[in-house]
Each structure stands twice: as C-alpha cells, then as structure tokens.
Design a protein around this ligand. Structure first.
Ligand code: HEC
Ligand code: HEC
Length: 361
C-alpha cells in the first residue's frame, strides 16, 4: 500500500517539476532543448566516453551558436577581442605570447591554456577554479584584464545582432538570449573540439607507424625514472590511459622553490595545494609553446631539460618528482627521442578543422 502511495506521490512530484520546467523554460536545471539535432562525434574507437552534463546535451545548433560566440568580438568591452584572439587555432588554440594582453592593454600573469579535448578534464584554469566548462566560459568575458565586459551589456549587444535571436531559437527553442544559454552553447562548442588523429592515435589503430626514435621516446615516457631503470617518468602525471596525456590532477612539478603564483593553493588556501597547477594534456603540445603556467619555457627541449634537472625542491613538490633527485640523467639521444615522441601528438587535422574556425572570416 505504502509503496503505491509513494509511487503516486513521486508521479505527482515529477508532474509538478515538469510543469515547472515548462513554465520557466529558460533556466537550468530544467531546460531541455525543444529543438535540435543531436551532435554525433566522429569515430574515436579507443577514447573513453565523454561526460556531458545532463542539462546541456550536445546539439548541432548549440555547437554552431557556441562557435559564433567563441569568435564574437561583441563579447568584449570595446568589441575588439573574441575568445579566439587569445586562443589561436594555429597554436593549438593557445596564445604564442608568454602572457596575453587584454582589451585595455593590460598584460595577464598566466599563459593562455591550449583548448583541446577539454571534455575529459576535471576542472579548468591553471588553478582549477572553474569546475565545469559552463562555469569557465563566463569568466573571460568579465575578467578586467581580458574581455572586460559585464554580461548584461554583452547580452544586449548580442540581441541587437541579426543572427543571434534565430540562432538562440534554433538552439534553445525560443529567441531569449541569456548568460546561461550563451555559456551552455560555448561549453558545447568546446566539448566538440577533439583531437584524435595525431600520428600517435593513428599508430594505435595500425594506420601509422612510429619511427624507431619516436618509439624509443614513448618507451622512455612510460618508464620509471632514476637508477637503474633510466626512464623519463612522464607517465605518472601525463598518463594516456584515458588518452588525454594527463591525469588532470593538481601537481607541483618542481618549477620553483618559492612560489610567486600559488596555483590551486591561492584558491583554496590549503597549504597542501600551494604551488600546484593543473597537469595539462600534452596533445598537440608541439604547437602550444610557450610552456607552463607562466610560459617560462619556449621549447620542448627546455621542458625536457627541466625534468632532466630534477626540478627545484619545495614542501609540495610531487612525490613522482623525487625519483628525479639528482636528475633523470637522460642522454642527448634520450632527450631527442622524447621530443620526437611528443611531436607524434601533433594533429594538424585538429587545428585546421573548419568546424572550429572563425565563422566571420
Ligand atoms: C586575453 C586573452 C584571453 C581571452 C580573450 C580568453 N582567454 Fe581563455 N584563457 C586565457 C588564459 C591566460 C587562461 C589561463 C588563465 C588562468 O589559469 O588563470 C585561459 C584559460 C582558458 C580555459 C581553461 C582551459 C583548461 O585546460 O583548463 C578555457 C576553457 C578558456 N580559456 C576558454 C576561453 C573562452 C571560451 C573565452 C571567451 C569567452 C576565452 N577563453 C577568452 C586567455 C584568454
Ligand atoms: C609530477 C607530475 C609530473 C611529471 C612526472 C611530469 N609532468 Fe609535465 N607537467 C606537470 C604539471 C603539473 C605541469 C604544469 C606545471 C605548471 O605550469 O606549473 C606540467 C607541464 C608540462 C608541459 C607543458 C605543457 C603546457 O601546455 O604548458 C610539458 C610539455 C610537460 N609537462 C611534459 C612532460 C614530460 C615530457 C615529462 C617526463 C619527462 C613530464 N612532463 C613529467 C606534471 C608532471
């Protein structure tokens, strides 16, 4: 009897929620697209499934809107800058400058991150301060040293541009332009930015063969560091079990003994997180120089030299860097092979994919 009553109550509750959603329609978590064509990823047979939020299913209409917003200069305070200004396709959607310059000429203090396979990451920014892509994409707009525009103003400007009301309608079922909808569209676009056709990927399915040097580099990447194994010990942090060359954890890879940027620790205040930064994916890394959160290294050779040196000690240095006490003692050939392996992660089909380029050009 009780069970039936509970089922009955649950049915009523679901009914109320459904009506509530339909009435409000515009805001999460209820909003579901009333129109839209499901977006289907190209084949990536050996990739894990991407976690897509239930309240933001991927549709072609949303992705196309997201691409326009990504390249839309009206989102910035003086209409001169889009997301793509700092996240250049040719540079793996990052900035070749060590620090990016915002609309007011102010220079930031972190290297613009590469945008690649973000749908598999746990959190966003070097300090992980955004937990979802929907959260992440709203921040650059208002950031005073980036696009420097308040959202209400940005939304008004979008509403006045012909193409947007119909695009929002196609994506969300009505032409209202809200911050939540804009964020959902941009997050959807970012999720579709998937690199999966590097030489490394193709070699996994027998469509390419790594050279002897590249294969040796891969072996070094995968082996523990330090005597007597003499590997380069990259895999603990940049593992490719989930195919992304990162475990996406906050880690301190020994760049500094005294931190000028606290990384994750600056957000949470947790002493154990001081000087830790998001472990980045190495996909397309050849194209995303300069390297590290502060862009201190210009070449992959310099990066390898850093790891080979063993890094600088500090209270939060990663235990996996301890293997490298005294350095990795890599030979010149080892270093060259490692760099050659890293270059097999280059995917020019990704950076040239027309689906990600500026639609206003
Ligand atoms: C002025 C240059 C600039 C502009 C414009 C800009 N970004 Fe960024 N982006 C950066 C920098 C710098 C970082 C790293 C900031 C940090 O960690 O604090 C970053 C980080 C990111 C990340 C995090 C990636 C990761 O792996 O965690 C995403 C996603 C991103 N930006 C998307 C966008 C989107 C979407 C826009 C437009 C709404 C945008 N960016 C506009 C410079 C810029
Ligand atoms: C202890 C974990 C750890 C190990 C081991 C490690 N890395 Fe890293 N790697 C990181 C972290 C964390 C960052 C970002 C650090 C920062 O910017 O403060 C990083 C950054 C990088 C970057 C720069 C990427 C970018 O977009 O700026 C490259 C390249 C890189 N690592 C390659 C390697 C290679 C090659 C090895 C092996 C020789 C290796 N890493 C070993 C954690 C690690």
């Amino acid at each position: 009897m009780n069970r039936y009553r509970n089922t009955f109550l649950a049915a009523i509750l679901i009914g109320i929620l459904a009506i509530g959603c339909r009435k409000e329609f515009a805001e999460p978590p209820c909003e579901t697209p009333v129109s839209g064509t499901p977006y289907v990823f190209p084949t990536m047979p050996f990739f894990p499934e991407m976690d897509i939020p239930e309240n933001n299913p991927l549709t072609q209409e949303k992705v196309e809107l997201g691409r326009h917003l990504f390249w839309e200069k009206a989102l910035s305070g003086n209409n001169t800058m889009s997301c793509g200004t700092c996240h250049l396709p040719t540079n793996n959607f990052s900035d070749p400058a060590q620090f990016s310059t915002g609309i007011n000429g102010e220079i930031g203090n972190r290297q613009a991150m590469a945008l690649v396979n973000l749908g598999w990451a746990n959190d966003f920014f070097w300090d992980g301060r955004a937990l979802t892509l929907e959260d992440q994409v709203i921040q650059p707009v208002t950031n005073p040293i980036e696009m420097a525009q308040e959202w209400p103003e940005a939304l008004e400007e979008l509403a006045a541009i012909d193409i947007y009301p119909p695009m929002f309608e196609a994506a969300f079922g009505s032409p209202e332009i809200t911050q939540t909808r804009a964020a959902k569209a941009m997050a959807s676009f970012l999720r579709t930015m998937v690199s999966y056709q590097s030489k490394f990927d193709l070699s996994r399915i027998g469509m390419a063969q790594l050279s002897e040097s590249e294969q040796r580099g891969l072996d070094l990447f995968q082996r523990e560091g330090g005597d007597p194994l003499y590997g380069a010990d990259c895999f603990h942090c940049h593992g490719f079990g989930a195919m992304q060359f990162s475990d996406y954890l906050p880690r301190n890879n020994g760049l500094d003994s005294i931190f000028t940027d606290l990384g994750y620790g600056g957000i949470s205040g947790d002493p154990l997180l001081m000087g830790k930064f998001k472990t980045p994916s190495l996909r397309n890394v050849e194209l995303s120089a300069p390297y590290m959160h502060d862009g201190r290294f210009n070449t992959l050779e310099e990066v390898i030299e850093h790891y080979n040196s063993g890094g600088l000690p500090s209270p939060t240095i990663d235990p996996f860097m301890k293997y490298t006490d005294g350095g990795l003692t890599l030979t010149d050939m080892d270093k060259e092979d490692l760099v050659n392996f890293l270059k097999t992660l280059t995917d020019t089909a990704y950076v040239n994919n027309p689906a990600y380029q500026d639609p206003f050009n």
